[in-house]
Design a protein around this ligand. Sequence first.
Ligand code: TXA
Ligand code: MG
Length: 320
Amino acid sequence: MKISKDIAEAAQLLKEGQVIAIPTETVYGLAANALDPTAVLEIYKVKERPATNPLIVHIHAIEQLTPLVSEMGANAQRLAEHFWPGPLTLLLKKTDRISDQITAGSPLVAIRMPKHPMTLELLKSVAFPLVAPSANRYTTVSPTSAEHVAKNLGERIPLILDGGPCEKGLESTVVGFDANDRPLIYRLGAVTLEAIQAIVPEAGVYESALSEPAHSPGMAKKHYAPKTALRVVDDLRVFLENYSGNQKLGVLSFGHQGLAPSPHTLVELSQNRDLEEGSQRLYQSLYALDEANVDLIVAEWFEDKGLGQTLNDKLKRASY
Ligand code: TXA
Ligand code: MG
Protein backbone atom coordinates (compact mmCIF):
# COMPACT_ATOMS: atom_id res chain seq x y z
CA MET A 1 0.00 0.00 0.00
CA LYS A 2 1.14 3.46 -0.90
CA ILE A 3 0.03 6.89 0.35
CA SER A 4 0.21 9.32 -2.56
CA LYS A 5 -1.05 12.62 -3.96
CA ASP A 6 -0.87 11.37 -7.55
CA ILE A 7 -4.35 11.79 -9.05
CA ALA A 8 -3.33 10.26 -12.41
CA GLU A 9 -2.11 7.09 -10.69
CA ALA A 10 -5.33 6.90 -8.66
CA ALA A 11 -7.37 7.29 -11.86
CA GLN A 12 -5.38 4.54 -13.57
CA LEU A 13 -6.01 2.07 -10.73
CA LEU A 14 -9.73 2.87 -10.76
CA LYS A 15 -9.87 2.34 -14.53
CA GLU A 16 -8.29 -1.09 -13.97
CA GLY A 17 -11.16 -1.96 -11.64
CA GLN A 18 -9.18 -1.62 -8.41
CA VAL A 19 -10.37 -0.33 -5.05
CA ILE A 20 -8.49 2.66 -3.57
CA ALA A 21 -9.06 5.16 -0.75
CA ILE A 22 -9.97 8.75 -1.62
CA PRO A 23 -10.30 11.94 0.44
CA THR A 24 -13.59 13.81 0.76
CA GLU A 25 -14.61 16.76 2.93
CA THR A 26 -16.50 14.39 5.26
CA VAL A 27 -14.42 11.24 5.78
CA TYR A 28 -12.13 9.13 3.57
CA GLY A 29 -13.95 6.82 1.15
CA LEU A 30 -13.15 3.40 -0.27
CA ALA A 31 -13.72 4.00 -3.97
CA ALA A 32 -14.39 1.89 -7.07
CA ASN A 33 -16.00 2.27 -10.49
CA ALA A 34 -19.75 2.25 -9.80
CA LEU A 35 -20.41 0.74 -13.24
CA ASP A 36 -18.05 -2.24 -12.79
CA PRO A 37 -19.80 -5.05 -10.84
CA THR A 38 -16.54 -6.85 -9.97
CA ALA A 39 -15.01 -3.69 -8.52
CA VAL A 40 -18.19 -2.97 -6.55
CA LEU A 41 -18.15 -6.50 -5.12
CA GLU A 42 -14.52 -6.00 -4.09
CA ILE A 43 -15.55 -3.01 -1.93
CA TYR A 44 -17.91 -5.18 0.11
CA LYS A 45 -15.07 -7.67 0.60
CA VAL A 46 -12.39 -5.15 1.60
CA LYS A 47 -14.76 -3.46 4.02
CA GLU A 48 -16.23 -6.76 5.33
CA ARG A 49 -19.58 -5.10 4.79
CA PRO A 50 -22.80 -7.14 4.55
CA ALA A 51 -24.29 -7.05 1.04
CA THR A 52 -27.49 -5.65 2.56
CA ASN A 53 -25.81 -2.25 3.16
CA PRO A 54 -26.11 -0.03 0.09
CA LEU A 55 -23.37 2.26 -1.23
CA ILE A 56 -23.28 5.98 -2.04
CA VAL A 57 -22.53 6.96 -5.66
CA HIS A 58 -20.24 9.99 -6.04
CA ILE A 59 -20.41 12.39 -9.01
CA HIS A 60 -18.72 15.68 -9.95
CA ALA A 61 -21.44 17.31 -12.08
CA ILE A 62 -25.24 17.44 -12.06
CA GLU A 63 -25.31 16.27 -15.71
CA GLN A 64 -23.98 12.88 -14.58
CA LEU A 65 -27.33 12.25 -12.88
CA THR A 66 -29.30 11.86 -16.11
CA PRO A 67 -28.33 8.24 -16.90
CA LEU A 68 -28.31 7.20 -13.23
CA VAL A 69 -31.55 8.64 -11.89
CA SER A 70 -35.05 8.37 -13.40
CA GLU A 71 -36.59 11.31 -11.59
CA MET A 72 -35.70 14.06 -9.20
CA GLY A 73 -38.37 15.97 -7.28
CA ALA A 74 -38.44 19.74 -6.81
CA ASN A 75 -37.09 19.55 -3.27
CA ALA A 76 -34.24 17.24 -4.22
CA GLN A 77 -33.30 19.74 -6.91
CA ARG A 78 -33.43 22.62 -4.47
CA LEU A 79 -31.24 20.78 -1.94
CA ALA A 80 -28.74 19.65 -4.59
CA GLU A 81 -28.43 23.20 -5.92
CA HIS A 82 -27.83 24.55 -2.46
CA PHE A 83 -25.57 21.92 -0.90
CA TRP A 84 -23.60 20.33 -3.80
CA PRO A 85 -20.72 19.96 -3.87
CA GLY A 86 -20.97 19.20 -0.17
CA PRO A 87 -21.86 16.73 2.59
CA LEU A 88 -25.44 15.94 1.54
CA THR A 89 -26.49 12.57 0.07
CA LEU A 90 -29.85 12.30 -1.71
CA LEU A 91 -31.92 9.11 -2.12
CA LEU A 92 -33.31 9.19 -5.67
CA LYS A 93 -35.13 6.75 -8.00
CA LYS A 94 -32.49 4.74 -9.85
CA THR A 95 -32.33 3.68 -13.50
CA ASP A 96 -31.08 0.28 -14.74
CA ARG A 97 -27.57 1.71 -15.01
CA ILE A 98 -27.33 1.40 -11.22
CA SER A 99 -27.10 -2.24 -10.13
CA ASP A 100 -29.07 -3.81 -7.29
CA GLN A 101 -25.69 -4.63 -5.81
CA ILE A 102 -25.06 -0.91 -5.20
CA THR A 103 -28.49 -0.25 -3.69
CA ALA A 104 -28.88 -3.63 -1.93
CA GLY A 105 -32.03 -4.20 -3.94
CA SER A 106 -33.65 -0.83 -3.22
CA PRO A 107 -35.23 1.14 -6.09
CA LEU A 108 -33.48 4.20 -4.64
CA VAL A 109 -29.85 5.13 -5.12
CA ALA A 110 -27.88 7.35 -2.74
CA ILE A 111 -25.94 10.07 -4.59
CA ARG A 112 -23.69 12.92 -3.58
CA MET A 113 -21.18 15.36 -5.02
CA PRO A 114 -18.24 15.54 -2.61
CA LYS A 115 -16.42 18.82 -2.00
CA HIS A 116 -12.74 17.99 -2.19
CA PRO A 117 -10.64 19.41 -5.03
CA MET A 118 -8.55 16.25 -5.53
CA THR A 119 -11.54 13.94 -5.62
CA LEU A 120 -13.50 16.24 -7.94
CA GLU A 121 -10.52 16.22 -10.29
CA LEU A 122 -10.26 12.44 -9.99
CA LEU A 123 -13.98 12.04 -10.78
CA LYS A 124 -13.55 14.23 -13.87
CA SER A 125 -10.57 12.28 -15.12
CA VAL A 126 -12.13 8.81 -14.80
CA ALA A 127 -15.48 9.87 -16.31
CA PHE A 128 -17.44 7.17 -14.44
CA PRO A 129 -19.16 7.65 -11.08
CA LEU A 130 -17.52 6.17 -8.00
CA VAL A 131 -19.14 4.17 -5.23
CA ALA A 132 -17.47 5.03 -1.94
CA PRO A 133 -18.41 3.89 1.54
CA SER A 134 -16.35 5.27 4.42
CA ALA A 135 -12.87 3.68 4.32
CA ASN A 136 -13.12 1.72 7.57
CA ARG A 137 -13.98 -1.86 8.43
CA TYR A 138 -17.64 -2.43 9.16
CA THR A 139 -18.82 -0.85 12.49
CA THR A 140 -15.45 0.83 13.24
CA VAL A 141 -14.63 4.56 13.35
CA SER A 142 -14.60 6.37 9.99
CA PRO A 143 -11.15 7.64 8.97
CA THR A 144 -10.53 11.38 8.64
CA SER A 145 -6.89 11.19 7.50
CA ALA A 146 -4.80 9.02 5.18
CA GLU A 147 -3.00 7.62 8.25
CA HIS A 148 -6.29 6.40 9.76
CA VAL A 149 -7.15 4.62 6.51
CA ALA A 150 -3.73 2.99 6.53
CA LYS A 151 -4.32 1.79 10.10
CA ASN A 152 -7.85 0.59 9.40
CA LEU A 153 -7.35 -1.34 6.15
CA GLY A 154 -4.06 -0.28 4.60
CA GLU A 155 -2.80 -3.75 3.77
CA ARG A 156 -5.92 -4.48 1.71
CA ILE A 157 -5.66 -1.70 -0.91
CA PRO A 158 -2.92 -0.56 -3.32
CA LEU A 159 -3.27 3.20 -2.84
CA ILE A 160 -4.55 5.89 -0.49
CA LEU A 161 -4.95 9.23 -2.22
CA ASP A 162 -3.83 11.71 0.43
CA GLY A 163 -5.96 14.86 0.53
CA GLY A 164 -5.00 15.89 4.06
CA PRO A 165 -7.28 15.90 7.10
CA CYS A 166 -11.03 15.96 6.32
CA GLU A 167 -12.60 19.39 6.72
CA LYS A 168 -15.93 18.20 8.19
CA GLY A 169 -14.89 15.02 9.98
CA LEU A 170 -18.42 13.55 10.01
CA GLU A 171 -20.22 11.65 7.24
CA SER A 172 -22.67 13.24 4.84
CA THR A 173 -26.29 13.67 5.85
CA VAL A 174 -28.51 11.15 4.00
CA VAL A 175 -31.87 12.58 2.91
CA GLY A 176 -34.84 10.79 1.30
CA PHE A 177 -38.28 12.05 0.30
CA ASP A 178 -41.75 10.84 1.29
CA ALA A 179 -44.74 10.52 -1.09
CA ASN A 180 -45.40 14.27 -0.70
CA ASP A 181 -41.77 15.17 -1.53
CA ARG A 182 -41.05 16.01 2.10
CA PRO A 183 -37.30 15.65 2.82
CA LEU A 184 -36.52 13.25 5.67
CA ILE A 185 -33.09 12.66 7.20
CA TYR A 186 -32.18 8.95 7.23
CA ARG A 187 -28.69 9.49 8.62
CA LEU A 188 -27.65 12.54 10.63
CA GLY A 189 -24.43 14.04 9.33
CA ALA A 190 -22.38 17.12 8.57
CA VAL A 191 -25.36 19.10 7.18
CA THR A 192 -27.72 19.91 10.06
CA LEU A 193 -31.50 19.53 10.08
CA GLU A 194 -31.70 23.29 10.64
CA ALA A 195 -29.62 24.00 7.50
CA ILE A 196 -31.90 21.75 5.43
CA GLN A 197 -35.00 23.39 6.89
CA ALA A 198 -33.62 26.78 5.85
CA ILE A 199 -34.02 25.57 2.24
CA VAL A 200 -37.12 23.33 2.65
CA PRO A 201 -38.92 24.27 5.90
CA GLU A 202 -41.02 21.09 6.13
CA ALA A 203 -37.92 18.84 6.27
CA GLY A 204 -37.74 16.45 9.23
CA VAL A 205 -35.94 13.42 10.62
CA TYR A 206 -37.20 9.99 9.53
CA GLU A 207 -39.06 8.65 12.57
CA SER A 208 -36.99 5.54 13.19
CA ALA A 209 -33.69 7.14 12.13
CA LEU A 210 -32.97 7.91 15.77
CA SER A 211 -33.84 4.47 17.13
CA GLU A 212 -34.21 1.42 14.88
CA PRO A 213 -31.43 0.16 12.66
CA ALA A 214 -33.91 -0.13 9.79
CA HIS A 215 -33.77 1.66 6.45
CA SER A 216 -30.30 3.10 6.37
CA PRO A 217 -27.64 0.84 7.85
CA GLY A 218 -25.61 3.94 8.81
CA MET A 219 -28.28 3.96 11.46
CA ALA A 220 -27.26 0.56 12.80
CA LYS A 221 -27.22 0.63 16.59
CA LYS A 222 -23.55 -0.22 16.89
CA HIS A 223 -21.46 1.82 14.50
CA TYR A 224 -18.52 4.21 14.44
CA ALA A 225 -17.20 2.34 17.48
CA PRO A 226 -13.62 2.65 18.79
CA LYS A 227 -11.91 -0.53 20.04
CA THR A 228 -11.97 0.86 23.57
CA ALA A 229 -15.29 0.91 25.43
CA LEU A 230 -16.98 4.31 25.35
CA ARG A 231 -19.31 5.74 27.95
CA VAL A 232 -21.29 8.96 27.51
CA VAL A 233 -22.29 10.89 30.65
CA ASP A 234 -24.46 13.92 31.42
CA ASP A 235 -21.75 15.81 33.29
CA LEU A 236 -18.09 14.99 32.74
CA ARG A 237 -16.90 17.06 35.71
CA VAL A 238 -19.26 15.36 38.16
CA PHE A 239 -18.38 11.94 36.73
CA LEU A 240 -14.64 12.52 37.16
CA GLU A 241 -15.00 13.98 40.65
CA ASN A 242 -16.88 10.90 41.78
CA TYR A 243 -14.82 8.35 39.87
CA SER A 244 -13.33 5.83 42.26
CA GLY A 245 -12.50 2.99 39.87
CA ASN A 246 -8.97 2.07 38.85
CA GLN A 247 -9.42 2.06 35.08
CA LYS A 248 -7.26 4.35 32.98
CA LEU A 249 -9.71 6.82 31.49
CA GLY A 250 -9.55 8.63 28.16
CA VAL A 251 -11.48 11.85 28.60
CA LEU A 252 -13.08 13.49 25.55
CA SER A 253 -13.40 17.12 26.64
CA PHE A 254 -15.44 19.79 24.85
CA GLY A 255 -14.01 23.02 26.27
CA HIS A 256 -14.11 21.89 29.89
CA GLN A 257 -11.74 24.21 31.72
CA GLY A 258 -9.59 22.77 34.53
CA LEU A 259 -10.82 19.18 34.38
CA ALA A 260 -7.50 17.97 35.87
CA PRO A 261 -7.75 14.46 34.38
CA SER A 262 -4.36 13.18 35.55
CA PRO A 263 -3.62 10.24 35.80
CA HIS A 264 -6.08 9.90 32.92
CA THR A 265 -5.58 11.00 29.29
CA LEU A 266 -7.44 14.08 28.10
CA VAL A 267 -8.21 14.88 24.47
CA GLU A 268 -9.73 18.28 23.72
CA LEU A 269 -12.37 18.44 20.95
CA SER A 270 -12.64 22.22 21.02
CA GLN A 271 -11.30 24.65 23.61
CA ASN A 272 -13.90 27.25 22.55
CA ARG A 273 -16.78 24.77 22.41
CA ASP A 274 -16.99 25.26 18.65
CA LEU A 275 -19.22 22.48 17.25
CA GLU A 276 -17.62 22.54 13.79
CA GLU A 277 -14.18 22.08 15.32
CA GLY A 278 -15.52 19.41 17.68
CA SER A 279 -17.08 17.54 14.74
CA GLN A 280 -13.91 17.81 12.73
CA ARG A 281 -11.95 16.27 15.61
CA LEU A 282 -14.33 13.60 16.97
CA TYR A 283 -13.18 10.57 14.95
CA GLN A 284 -9.48 11.47 15.04
CA SER A 285 -9.81 11.80 18.83
CA LEU A 286 -11.34 8.33 19.07
CA TYR A 287 -8.44 6.96 17.01
CA ALA A 288 -5.98 8.80 19.30
CA LEU A 289 -7.58 7.41 22.48
CA ASP A 290 -7.58 3.90 21.03
CA GLU A 291 -3.84 4.32 20.55
CA ALA A 292 -3.33 5.75 24.04
CA ASN A 293 -4.25 2.34 25.52
CA VAL A 294 -6.86 3.63 27.95
CA ASP A 295 -9.40 1.22 29.46
CA LEU A 296 -12.48 3.37 29.02
CA ILE A 297 -13.28 6.50 27.00
CA VAL A 298 -15.65 8.96 28.67
CA ALA A 299 -17.51 11.69 26.78
CA GLU A 300 -20.33 14.08 27.59
CA TRP A 301 -23.60 14.50 25.65
CA PHE A 302 -23.84 17.64 23.53
CA GLU A 303 -26.75 20.05 23.50
CA ASP A 304 -29.11 18.18 21.16
CA LYS A 305 -29.40 20.60 18.24
CA GLY A 306 -27.49 21.50 15.09
CA LEU A 307 -24.23 19.53 14.84
CA GLY A 308 -24.72 18.57 18.51
CA GLN A 309 -27.59 16.34 17.34
CA THR A 310 -25.29 14.57 14.86
CA LEU A 311 -22.50 14.25 17.43
CA ASN A 312 -24.91 12.75 19.99
CA ASP A 313 -26.12 10.26 17.39
CA LYS A 314 -22.54 9.17 16.64
CA LEU A 315 -21.69 8.92 20.36
CA LYS A 316 -24.82 6.86 20.98
CA ARG A 317 -23.88 4.33 18.29
CA ALA A 318 -20.19 4.34 19.21
CA SER A 319 -21.08 3.49 22.81
CA TYR A 320 -23.75 0.89 22.06
O1 TXA B 1 -19.74 11.22 3.86
C1 TXA B 1 -20.06 10.15 3.35
O2 TXA B 1 -21.22 9.92 3.02
C2 TXA B 1 -18.96 9.12 3.11
C3 TXA B 1 -18.00 9.68 2.07
C4 TXA B 1 -16.92 8.70 1.70
O3 TXA B 1 -18.71 10.10 0.94
N1 TXA B 1 -19.52 7.88 2.72
C5 TXA B 1 -20.21 7.09 3.59
O4 TXA B 1 -20.64 5.90 3.06
O5 TXA B 1 -20.42 7.42 4.74
P1 TXA B 1 -21.14 4.68 3.94
O6 TXA B 1 -21.29 3.56 2.97
O7 TXA B 1 -20.22 4.46 5.06
O8 TXA B 1 -22.54 5.12 4.42
C6 TXA B 1 -23.60 5.23 3.47
C7 TXA B 1 -24.90 5.46 4.16
C8 TXA B 1 -25.33 4.25 4.93
O9 TXA B 1 -26.01 4.68 6.10
C9 TXA B 1 -26.29 3.59 3.95
O10 TXA B 1 -27.23 2.79 4.56
C10 TXA B 1 -26.93 4.81 3.31
O11 TXA B 1 -25.89 5.73 3.18
N2 TXA B 1 -27.46 4.45 1.98
C11 TXA B 1 -26.75 4.21 0.87
N3 TXA B 1 -27.54 3.87 -0.15
C12 TXA B 1 -28.80 3.87 0.34
C13 TXA B 1 -30.06 3.56 -0.21
N4 TXA B 1 -30.20 3.18 -1.50
N5 TXA B 1 -31.14 3.67 0.59
C14 TXA B 1 -31.01 4.04 1.89
N6 TXA B 1 -29.84 4.33 2.48
C15 TXA B 1 -28.75 4.24 1.71
MG1 MG C 1 -19.63 4.19 7.02
